[in-house]
Design a protein around this ligand. Sequence first.
Ligand SMILES: Cc1ncc(C[n+]2csc(CCOP(=O)(O)OP(=O)(O)O)c2C)c(N)n1
Ligand code: SF4
Ligand SMILES: [Mg+2]
Length: 277
Amino acid sequence: MNADAPSACKPADFKSEVKPIWCPGCGDYHVLMALHRALAALGLPPERIAVVSGIGCSSRIPAYTTCYGFHGVHGRSLAVATGLKVARPDLTVLVASGDGDGYSIGGNHFLHACRRNVDLTYIVMDNHIYGMTKGQPSPTTEPDFDTALTPGGTGLRPFNPLVIALASGANFIARAYSGNPHETAAMIVEAIHHPGFSFVEILSPCVTYRPDQRAWKERVHPAPVMPTDDAARAARRLMTDDGFNLGVLYRGDRAPYRPAAPASAIGLREFEEGFET
Ligand SMILES: Cc1ncc(C[n+]2csc(CCOP(=O)(O)OP(=O)(O)O)c2C)c(N)n1
Ligand code: SF4
Ligand SMILES: [Mg+2]
């Protein structure tokens, strides 16, 4: 396929031959559907897009697309994606994560990816639990969520990813719900088009370890306010957010980080010499 020709790819062209192995009813199926739609709407062929992830049920997603994919190590997807985007600014780079992968082991990378503002789109499928490893609490688990692993709940205050993204410098912040794949696809497209680091938190139920999350479809609602480009106003809103407001919540105007020369333009010899001195 000629990479410079406008693409007329359909959502099905972004669907790989690998069959998802998520539990029946997992919210991630709808996220995948939204992602296929969003990718088709970009008008780019699969080889102009890369999807990078860490480890978790949610992080399986690159295998289910026909784009370039990198299923990396736990919590390090943003480091890989940052390097890729700096070396290959011509690629559209998406990063997929879960609340454990992205906010626990990968929490430090999250802060600094927001701060660096490299032109990436970060999608976190948040189910308030470690699904893949059978139901341990994550940073977004409610303090009173009672399981055999955490009798009576952890008692710990949950992490607020949207507030943290704003405070750390993310340039676009949105929340979606997996059960609304059309809206989710539109939000992913907008996030990709917005310059700099774009963060889309997708509430995606884990029906196996959090069957209570089936009730999320009744709890989610459109945000009652329009998106803002005023960080102070966004901070006030996000601090009082009920966790179920959907929509684009913040659109910033920070200039994205762009290296003076793409790393791929530096020859290997020159690169090695940098370490010899
Ligand atoms: C270094 C390292 N530590 C721990 C693990 C075990 N591990 C795999 S996935 C995971 C949590 C995944 O949770 P989340 O990111 O929320 O994804 P979900 O399965 O819920 O989609 C953990 C702790 C690992 N693979 N590597
Ligand atoms: S364990 Fe939970 S997150 Fe993982 S596939 Fe099953 S329903 Fe989805
Ligand atoms: Mg999770």
